[in-house]
Design a binder for this molecule. Structure first.
Ligand code: FE2
Length: 200
């Protein structure tokens, strides 16, 4: 993966986010506290657009890109850059771990679904997130959704944080009738950003 940088990249922001989130998870906290305080940390991160290395902001014409930016050494959390080409989006899916979604560039459309007792899905809410906005997802409250680029003529980038190594989590996609299918997303990249060179 090569990158052409036309501006300095402030990777310290991502390093600080990772350290602060790890410190939050070191404390015994319930999920509601993690989501509330994690949302504030993510809002701070996506409130500035000077830290994402260009290699992790590149769209693909074929499908949305899911670049791992960092995975906690105990796989307690992962940070992922989603890069959406015009019109691209996910199938309906769940996560099975808590999640935070923050928009860095462009706009993301989020459609949330409720699964009824008979297994069928009903769309419950639809929202649009803009740069700086953060939304939380909880498997306890229901975490089935479909996300997509809200822009039809430009790329969008959102930063997602999950309570596990999301690319390796065994979870589900859902057909429109609610039929689940095993889904392990993986990642688009083989190398992660170097957050730890403090010489510069
Ligand atoms: Fe998702």
């Amino acid at each position: 993966m090569s990158a052409v940088l036309d501006r300095p990249v402030n990777t310290a922001r991502l390093r600080d986010f990772v350290r602060n989130l790890a410190a939050l998870l070191d404390e015994p906290s319930d999920e509601a506290v993690i989501l509330a305080r994690g949302s504030a940390l993510l809002a701070e991160l996506v409130g500035q657009d000077d830290w994402l290395p260009e290699a992790y902001a590149v769209p693909s014409a074929e499908r949305y890109q899911q670049y791992l930016l960092h995975c906690d050494s105990a796989e307690r959390f992962s940070v992922v850059s989603f890069v959406w080409g015009p019109g691209q989006g996910t199938p309906i899916h769940d996560h099975t771990v808590w999640g935070l979604v923050g928009v860095l560039r462009g706009a993301e459309r989020a459609e949330n679904f409720t699964r009824l007792d008979d297994g069928s899905l009903v769309e419950s809410t639809v929202g649009e997130l803009r740069p700086g906005d953060v939304e939380a997802l909880s498997p306890t409250a229901g975490d089935i959704h479909r996300v997509s680029n809200a822009l039809s003529d430009a790329s969008s980038i959102s930063i997602h944080v999950y309570g596990g190594n999301i690319g390796a989590v065994r979870r589900s996609t859902f057909a429109p009738d609610g039929t689940p299918k095993l889904f392990i997303s993986g990642y688009a990249n083989d190398a992660v950003p170097n957050l730890w060179d403090r010489s510069k």
